[in-house]
Ligand binder design. Structure first.
Ligand SMILES: *Cc1c(COP(=O)(O)O)cnc(C)c1O
Length: 371
């Protein structure tokens, strides 16, 4: 019997697979020495744009910076409101608030965990300046509905696609579905580098130019600064890593789909498995189920050598940093209920059948024993 611990995410198998190409590309950077904005950055941007079907890709220092740069390029600031999801990683709401704007949360759909478009209209005010849906766990939010509402009110839409890079929505790729798409290349994301990285995507030439400007201190030409910006550049070495990883990424997206589908079958109705909306695929940044008695189930699984995680235990409106918004419990009951029940299982493209069988058997056992 195999009792070794299972990895939550396995980056080593991928590294073995791409090692020669990875080493060659990293060595090239060490040879030319252009560590900041070297040729690999432009090459990466061209390939990212082609992959998503966007006109422009702007590679940046992290997913958080991608969100910040997108919001800054749109001129979001004090007094403005940005509609977003309360059920996400902190960065989404954090970057809105960092610019002095107010995150206005709308509750999520209980099946997809993404912003419920039916609740957006009620949250709009004269101060609303943008809508920022999150494509959580690897599946895109309902952009047809969200873009239609935004269009009626003349609002830009920013996709937080930090978990969904590679996912398809009605035949189009995540990050190419709205005014601006943002993604993260944090190591554990579906496409990750060996440090921090991210990217912004848009079809709009002016917004692309503005985002490039914000990325380097609001500079349009050397030492000339028409606007405020940040140091939001990606490292050339990380761009080289991403170029090597992009070679196998389409195959990995397929494998993620295989693992997700296999999980769904093997778990059956022992837990609430992920729901895929019509026309959507998921890259399963997280394979997340719902269980009752989560703490007990997690403990039993940990004892069996199976790591789990919770994405996310506290919705943004209940985070201490957002207490000044005055949004107490029951403000967003769907997000709050999800936060108490969600549990993510090990997920990566190299998860094989023996491990899948072992994990799912233990999950079914743990769920049965927890009631
Ligand atoms: C990871 C993540 C971010 C932040 O990305 P970083 O690269 O870690 O800065 C933002 N939003 C969501 C939904 C994420 O999952």
């Amino acid at each position: 019997m195999n009792v070794s611990a299972i990895d939550f995410i396995d980056l080593k198998t991928q590294q073995q697979r791409i090692l020669p190409d990875l080493e060659r590309r990293m060595k090239e950077v060490l040879c030319h020495g252009q560590y900041i904005m070297g040729p690999e950055v432009g090459e990466l941007e061209a390939k990212l744009a082609a992959y998503t079907g966007s006109r422009h890709a702007i590679a940046v220092a992290s997913g958080t910076d991608a969100l910040l740069i997108a919001l800054m390029a749109l001129g979001i600031g004090p007094g403005d409101e940005v509609i977003t999801s309360p059920f996400t990683f902190i960065a989404t709401g954090e970057m809105i608030a960092l610019l002095g704007a107010t995150p206005v949360f709308v509750d999520i759909d209980p099946r997809s965990y993404n912003m419920d478009p039916a609740r957006i209209e009620a949250a709009l005010t004269s101060r609303t300046k943008a809508i920022l849906p999150v494509s959580l766990y690897g599946q895109c939010a309902d952009f047809a509905a969200i873009n239609a509402i935004a269009g009626r009110h003349g609002l830009p839409v920013i996709e937080d696609g930090c978990q969904s890079f590679g996912a398809l929505y009605k035949g189009k790729r995540s990050c190419a579905l709205s005014t601006i798409g943002c993604t993260s290349f944090f190591p554990s994301k579906p496409l990750g580098c060996y440090g921090d990285g991210g990217a912004c995507f848009t079809d709009d030439d002016e917004l692309a130019a503005m985002m490039r400007q914000v990325r380097v201190h609001g500079q349009d030409r050397r030492y000339h600064h028409p606007a405020l910006g940040i140091n939001g550049r990606i490292d050339t070495l990380q761009a080289a890593v991403l170029l090597a990883k992009l070679e196998v990424f389409p195959d990995e997206v397929t494998e993620r789909g295989r693992v997700g589908a296999r999980y769904n079958v093997l778990l059956g109705d022992s837990v609430v498995t992920p729901y895929l909306a019509p026309g959507c695929s998921s890259v399963y940044a997280q394979y997340t189920v719902q269980v009752a008695n989560r703490a007990q189930v997690q403990k039993a699984l940990a004892d069996a050598g199976i790591p789990t995680a919770v994405h996310y235990p506290v919705p943004l409106h209940l985070q201490p940093v957002f207490s000044s918004l005055g949004l107490g419990r029951q403000s967003f009951p769907v997000a709050e209920a999800a936060a108490e029940r969600v549990m993510s299982l090990p997920m990566h493209p190299y998860l094989g059948e023996p491990d899948l069988l072992r994990i799912t058997e233990q999950v079914r056992l743990a769920v049965k024993e927890s009631v």
